[in-house]
Write a protein that binds this ligand. Structure first.
Ligand code: CTP
Ligand code: CA
Length: 223
């Protein structure tokens, strides 16, 4: 697509995008996290901004520079990410791309946990993190368009469809993240769009191209 100044179908719209992993502390020096480069989420934030949207990007720790023309909020933990997202409601569009850690350590240690010779490794008690997409999807101030991702290693369609319903999303961008696909951390993505209207398979595209197409799709869905 060519982005002329005239082609700004999202002008006047606000969008919230999450991207990257979250880091859940075990102690001051250790954490639990998902694999995520943030490339896809950051590209989506930039693509929405290019179409004229006023974008807030809530990003976990990533090794990427902040995209131009996007308001970026940097967070570490899932609870911080949830709070930052809710603080930016109401919005017209929510695209939750972050690979949020599903669990955090129930009570992280204030001091570095030291190895205890003879006592064996510490046992970590985990607790579930808030589901940010589901919170937004079922919120009283729900954005008009709520988009989620589904990272799957099998049964992409069925799992994606279940997430669409469970989380109250309008659209799920599902992808196969099996290690052999090379999607994790790579430049390419191969996605399937799942909505209540049906499914759509996109060819293998760069993450930037997926972002552009998705932004166009979002603009079309908002009308
Ligand atoms: N998500 C979220 N908050 C969480 C977990 C997931 O906002 N605590 C969002 C992700 O950003 C993504 C979607 O939910 O848009 C699906 O994430 P995924 O990890 O695939 O789904 P889960 O519901 O966590 O299920 P599972 O990991 O068990 O497959
Ligand atoms: Ca998960």
């Amino acid at each position: 697509a060519v982005f002329t100044p005239q082609h700004r179908p999202l002008a006047g719209r606000t969008a919230i995008v999450t991207s990257g992993p979250t880091h859940e502390p075990i102690d001051p020096v250790r954490y639990i996290a998902n694999r995520s480069s943030g490339k896809q989420g950051h590209a989506i934030a930039a693509a929405l901004a290019r179409l004229g949207a006023e974008v807030t990007l809530v990003s976990g720790p990533v090794a990427l520079r902040d995209p131009d023309c996007v308001h970026v909020v940097h967070v570490e933990r899932a609870e911080e990410m949830r709070d930052a997202v809710l603080a930016h409601l109401p919005a017209d569009i929510a695209v939750m791309v972050a690979a949020v850690a599903d669990w955090r350590v129930a009570s992280s240690a204030e001091q570095k946990i030291k190895k205890q010779p003879g006592e064996g490794p510490p046992v970590l008690q985990l607790t579930e993190n808030p589901d940010i997409l589901a919170t937004v999807g079922h919120h009283a101030n729900r954005p008009r368009l709520v988009v989620g991702f589904a990272a799957e290693t099998q049964n992409v369609s069925a799992n994606g469809r279940a997430k669409l319903e469970r989380k109250g999303a309008d659209l799920i961008v599902a992808n196969d993240v099996s290690p052999e696909t090379g999607i994790m951390g790579g430049e390419k993505n191969s996605v399937r769009l799942i909505s209540r209207q049906g499914e759509e398979n996109w060819p293998e595209l760069s993450k930037a191209e997926v972002a552009e197409r998705l932004a166009e799709k979002i603009a079309a869905m908002l009308g």
